[in-house]
Structure formats: structure tokens, C-alpha cells
Design a protein around this ligand. Sequence first.
Ligand SMILES: Nc1ncnc2c1ncn2[C@@H]1O[C@H](COP(=O)(O)OP(=O)(O)OP(=O)(O)O)[C@@H](O)[C@H]1O
Ligand SMILES: [Mg+2]
Length: 231
Amino acid sequence: MIRAEKLTAGYSRDAAALHELSFTLNRGERVALLGQNGAGKSTLLLTLAGILFPSSGNLTIGGIPVTKARIDEIRRLVGFVFQNPDDQLFMPTVEDDLCFGPRNFGMDKETITKRVNDTAAVLRIPHLLKRPVYHLSGGEKRLAALAGVLVMEGEVLLLDEPCAFLDTRSRRALVAALNTLTHTMMIATHDFDLARALCSRVIILRNGSVCAEGKTTEILDNPDLLERCGL
Ligand SMILES: Nc1ncnc2c1ncn2[C@@H]1O[C@H](COP(=O)(O)OP(=O)(O)OP(=O)(O)O)[C@@H](O)[C@H]1O
Ligand SMILES: [Mg+2]
């Protein structure tokens, strides 16, 4: 579903933050993206979401190259949940926010209502729909931001630190909700328990390169390897 070959990308032409990354994600696979602060996790997610573009190498999602020319197709396929839900939610109520994307894509009213209600049910947030966004707690905002992405029916879900600042109960609700989804997922996190709970595979970045990759249990139970990757 996602294929990167010698992917180099970053914020300016002469300062790449990612250096020749190669990896694949199969359809439906959930992979945790680990690495110390500044390793390149968010940069990689921004590149997969088509917000930054590769400066060299190849990157395809569902067979579509991630380039400016194909960006509309990429946007339909890929949902990106920012680390900070305040970067994502901007309509007056949760319901307005959930309707915004589908309306923009020209879905009809009936379909939108059904999708919004179904998505809210999956994430157990129907009671939040009529609430003003600015009255929500941090955890509720995070669930609302995730709902806003799921309602779009993409196949790929990119999550940046989804459990940061969540209490135990919100965290458990989010993990349970994510576990019911069949999306191909890449989850950037510092939370090893989250990686164990959701992801079969782990990729560790260090200085913008892949430092280690493998089964979650094998990688996380190998202290020497983690040490070598700066974790
Ligand atoms: N907007 C930006 N402009 C220029 N350089 C940036 C920008 N954002 C991040 N960087 C640099 O790119 C590199 C990778 O940063 P990135 O945010 O991808 O790290 P990260 O792995 O997500 O870290 P963290 O765990 O702290 O979230 C760092 O050296 C960082 O300083
Ligand atoms: Mg980051």
C-alpha cells in the first residue's frame, strides 16, 4: 500500500531531514514509527500525507506517486491526524467539522449524515456531535479530530503521537477504536505500550534514516538494539 524507495525529503533543498528511506507497508498493516526527538517521524508522516514532497527517490501510495500532480488522489486516499487537534478542528461544532471534508468532496447530504453518524458511533462520540469544539477536553478533541479524518473514507491513516496528553481512559478508548479499523496505518509515537497494543511491526528512525525495522515484540524486547537507535 505504501512503498518508499530511497526516499529523501525535508524542509529545504539543501537540508534533507529524511535520507534514502526504503520501506513498504502492506494493505491493512499497522506500523509504529519510533525514534528520538528530531529523528524525522513527523517529517516522514508529512511527506506521506503529501504536505512535503520527496526531493529524490520514489514514494507511492496505493500505486499512486506522491507528487504535486497527483495530490488530489493522494488526499482522498490518505488521512492525517496532526499531533495537536487544535491544528485540525476549526468549525463551530464537532458535527460541522465532521461534515466539512465530505461536503468539500461533493458527497450528497444523506450520505454525509450517515457517514458522520456511523463514524461517531465507531469512536463512541455521538454525544459530542452538537458540542462546540472549543468546549471539548483534550481527549475529546483528539477523538473528534480522528473522526474528521475517518469520515473521509480514506484507506491510509497517519497518526502523529495519537495518545499524547490523553488520560488512561481516553487512551484506552482510542486504542480500542483504532483496533476496530482496517486502515493501513503508520503511527508515530514515543509510547512503546501503544506500539505493542496496535502495531505488528516497528520502524525506528535515527537522524532521518531507518535504524531498525522488524516485528514489534522482537524490536522492543531488544534493549541493545534500542540503545543503538538512541532509545
Ligand atoms: N518546519 C521545519 N523547518 C526546518 N526543519 C524542521 C522543521 N520541522 C522539523 N525540522 C527538522 O527536521 C528534523 C526532523 O524533525 P521531526 O519533526 O520530523 O522529528 P520527530 O521525529 O517528529 O521528533 P519528535 O519526537 O520531537 O516529534 C529535525 O532536525 C527538525 O529540527
Ligand atoms: Mg514529531
